[in-house]
Design a binder for this molecule. Sequence first.
Ligand code: CP3
Length: 348
Amino acid sequence: MLQNTPETKTILRALAGETLSTPPIWMMRQAGRYLPEYKATRAQAGDFLSLCYNPDLATEVTLQPIRRYGFDAAILFADILLVPQALGADLWFVTGEGPRLSTVTVQADFDKLKPVDDIHETLNPIYQTVRNLVGALPPQTTLIGFAGAPWTVATYMIAGQGTKDQGPAHLLRNENNELFEKLLDLITKATIEYMSAQIEAGAEVMKIFDSWAGSLPGGAFEKYALAPAREITTELKKRHPGIPIIGFPREAGDKYIGFAKKTGVDCVALDNSVSAEWAAQNVQIDGCVQGNLASTHMVTGGQALVDNTRAIVKAFSKGPHIFNLGHGITPDANPDNVQLMIDTVRGG
Ligand code: CP3
């Protein structure tokens, strides 16, 4: 009988390359607005950012989906846009719309940003949340920390908000490449320090969210998605030997092939625009993969949820796999459908 020691945590075993008979499971945005208990704690905090920066309440919402569902991993409750804020950008959230930031489009904007060493002043409460979680999580549950990838974070810093096509960031990349690259480099260095501090506080896995990697064409993908992921991974592994890293170059399509080898990440997270069969043949051959059920099934449920969940488990059954959605769960999801997905993964 295996004990629930860190060595037997199923997520860590899959990340180390082990093929498990039942894949471990967690879910992007598992602490979120589809859960009534999340909405209650968020109301207590007042707003989303106050929740992120309150270690007690951030710990509580991180634990909520673990208590309700017994996921195999907890993901630190925070946001990828805290790094720009720590670098001195203004950040606020417009209810029902999303994030807003002061923009970086000219050298003078860049010059106003803070040096990397100053980020911890803002981010210290996040490290406290990590420390709280180390003491509060069940022994079999893996704690995942995260940050946004430099390209994705830059798209928000340049546009000042989310954009459909990342147009403003592509424009700066083409028209003032020097400034664009300086910004990317600053975010990369800040991300290394932020993730390193999370690991020191007790996070056991790091995930790099490159939500907008899919909009980078060929050579630009190599330079602005692959290379920063490789730099972050190399430096984190140098400082913290053995730390497992999950890369998520969302909507990379064919560029998922070889991503793990080229960057050094231990696992590639897949969105649901690629089929599990294709990914098993082309991506999982290099190691662990994570994904990739369409999050719409958490809204619609029923037999289609069961059939698609089973098909994904089967397609990835010959290699290391962590079950997850292809993107975050949405606020209109039904919590019962999450349970149905978990029961299907665990019960067959
Ligand atoms: O997965 C988790 O449960 C951990 C926490 C987490 C959040 N955001 C909490 C959050 C993580 C890992 C993120 C990552 C994140 N944040 C990404 C990358 C992943 C992705 O979704 O593509 C991005 C692009 C962001 C930036 C961001 N944060 C946006 C665009 C928004 C608004 C959209 C929305 O869903 O409202 C957020 C807000 C946000 N981040 C919420 C949560 C739970 C909702 C805020 C609320 O409670 O009102």
